[in-house]
Structures are given as structure tokens and as C-alpha cells.
Design a protein around this ligand. Structure first.
Ligand SMILES: Nc1ncnc2c1ncn2[C@@H]1O[C@H](COP(=O)(O)OP(=O)(O)OP(=O)(O)O)[C@@H](O)[C@H]1O
Ligand SMILES: [Mg+2]
Ligand SMILES: [Zn+2]
Length: 284
């Protein structure tokens, strides 16, 4: 590769301005790194000692930026795994939307391209808008039939929040209602304090997803009902962001399962229930 004329002109004039009457000559030819990127010589400006530094194939800028990017993505994927996000739900991002359509753009700052931006259509447009307007203390609640994208949306929102602001949310947790109860049971098999510790991990999490509230049609046991009251009560008063999905699509039915106390708190932080419709997206 030849250094472009404009660059040579710029270098010459910069060198001339430094008061030295010497031509910068021609750069040594560019070479290729092991991966075939072009690595060019660089003009080192240093008074009398100014000179061309020959290209070093070990110091390829393109390779270095690719390594940084790979490291960034690996770190993020590792984080998602530790949070408990299932691999199948790690593929989407809400991305960002043009300001004129969706109001203020709040999702800038998503740098990766290993996640795709969710598809938005007439069945989920309202939900997408409400996610883009999400403020960090707000909760969100998605409901709707099987396969309409509830888990996709809350998980994409959670990953975007983590990616945008990794230090803001301490110990994020992604779980389902049934996994939450199961993990408390497993921990509680050893001793009661362990059960409380497990529940506490969810109560105190700086960013919590509970997927599939009410998926089990079995009524809650006394302990489970009490655990949910503690969890929602505490998270409500501490303003800890909580993202929920359920296939129960009426507030009355949620109240039948969790009680007015819980539903009032969910309602106060979520304001609306985002009901997703349309076909089962797994079918086509
Ligand atoms: N907005 C979207 N853009 C692209 N793909 C989507 C979108 N929403 C959902 N999908 C795809 O559709 C499938 C079902 O989505 P998802 O699991 O989020 O549905 P769900 O409502 O949580 O279903 P369930 O009630 O069974 O838990 C997934 O494979 C997901 O990748
Ligand atoms: Mg789901
Ligand atoms: Zn290279």
C-alpha cells in the first residue's frame, strides 16, 4: 500500500512547520500481518530525529482492535452466563431506534454485534416502545400467550441494561418462578438459614428477571406466598429494577394467585402490563 498523497502532504507540511529543512523522503513499503491485514510504516515526529518507523507485523492495529472486540464480547457473554441467562435467550438486543419514531433514544451504548436487534411488528410495537422508554427504577411486566416473545423482550432489556451500565446493577439474577422456588427448596434441604439466604439473593439483586410467573398452575404453598410478598415488598421499597413475564394476562388473576398486596406493588412500578399478541413465533 502506498501512503496517500494527502497524508504525505500533511506530514511534509507538519515537518516543515517544525523548522527543519529536510525532506521526509518515502516511507518503507507496507507489509501484511499473519492474518493478511495491511500494516503501514509510521512517521515518528521528533525534531531532528524524526523518521519513518518500519511496519511491524506483530503490531497490527486491525488485529489489536479485533482482539479487544473479542475480549469485550467474551467478558459480556461470561457475565450473562453467571447471571443465569439461558444461552438460547442471549441472542437478542433491543438495539436502538430512530428518534423520530420512538422518542428519546435511550438504548445507545450497545456496542456488540453478536446480538441481533429484535424484530418489531404490529404485535409487539407497543411493548418495544415501552422498553425503549425504560428508566432504571421502573419495572416491566410482559404477558401474553405462548411464543409471543415475552422472555425475549425482558431478557434483551436485561442484557442491554447490563451492557450499557455494567457497574450500576449489583449481582443481577435471571430466574424463572419455578427455578426460584426449586433453588430455595434445594438450599433449604440443608438448613432453614440456607433457604432464607437463597431467597435473599433474589430479593437483594440489583436487577432481577423472574420469567414465567404463574407458569405452574399449582397454587402457591404458604411459604411460597410469603416469599413472594417479601420479595416484591422489599424490591418495591428499595426501588430495585424487576423485569417480569407471565402468561396470566389480567391483573385480577394475578391478584388471585399472589394477593392484592403483591399486585399493588407490581402495578405501582410497572404502571402497565405489556400484553403481547400474534402468532406463536416458534411456529414460523
Ligand atoms: N421480537 C422478536 N424478534 C425476533 N425473534 C423473536 C421475537 N420475539 C420472539 N422471538 C422468537 O420467538 C421464539 C419465542 O419467543 P419467547 O421464548 O420470547 O416467547 P415467550 O412469549 O416467552 O414464550 P413462552 O410463553 O413459551 O415462554 C424464540 O425463538 C424467539 O427467539
Ligand atoms: Mg418465555
Ligand atoms: Zn492483522
Amino acid at each position: 500500500m502506498k501512503h496517500p498523497d494527502w497524508l504525505m502532504d500533511k506530514l511534509r507540511s507538519e515537518f516543515a512547520r517544525s523548522g527543519l529543512n529536510k525532506d521526509i523522503g518515502n516511507p518503507p513499503p507496507s507489509i501484511r500481518c499473519a492474518l493478511g491485514h495491511t500494516v503501514a510504516a509510521r512517521w515518528m515526529l521528533n525534531g531532528e530525529l524524526s523518521h519513518w518507523r518500519p511496519p511491524n507485523p506483530e503490531k497490527c492495529g486491525e488485529c489489536e482492535s479485533q482482539e479487544q472486540k473479542a475480549h469485550y464480547i467474551d467478558t459480556l457473554i461470561d457475565r450473562f452466563r453467571k447471571v443465569g441467562i439461558p444461552e438460547e435467550h442471549q441472542e437478542w438486543s433491543l438495539g436502538w431506534a430512530p428518534a423520530k419514531e420512538y422518542g428519546k433514544v435511550v438504548h445507545a451504548g450497545i456496542r456488540t454485534d453478536f446480538r441481533d436487534v429484535v424484530m418489531v411488528d404490529k404485535h409487539n410495537q407497543h411493548a418495544y416502545k415501552s422498553c425503549l422508554g425504560h428508566q432504571r427504577h421502573n419495572w416491566v411486566l410482559f404477558s401474553g400467550p405462548v411464543g409471543t416473545g415475552k422472555t425475549t423482550f425482558v431478557t434483551a432489556l436485561m442484557m442491554d441494561m447490563i451492557e450499557r451500565d455494567p457497574r450500576r446493577y449489583s449481582k443481577p439474577v435471571w430466574t424463572t418462578e419455578s427455578a426460584l422456588f426449586r433453588n430455595c427448596d434445594i438450599a433449604g434441604a440443608k438448613d432453614y438459614a440456607e433457604r432464607i439466604k437463597m431467597l435473599d439473593k433474589h430479593i437483594r439483586s440489583g436487577l432481577l428477571v423472574i420469567d414465567d410467573l404463574g407458569a405452574s398452575r399449582r397454587p402457591l404453598t404458604d411459604w411460597q406466598g410469603g416469599a413472594m410478598r417479601d420479595l416484591f415488598d422489599d424490591r418495591h421499597s428499595r426501588k430495585l429494577p424487576t423485569l417480569l413475564t407471565t402468561n396470566i394476562s389480567r391483573w385480577e388473576d394475578l391478584a388471585k394467585r399472589y394477593g392484592e398486596h403483591v399486585v399493588s406493588r407490581i402495578h405501582s412500578r410497572c404502571k402497565t402490563m405489556n400484553v403481547l399478541g400474534g402468532p406463536d413465533r416458534r411456529m414460523g
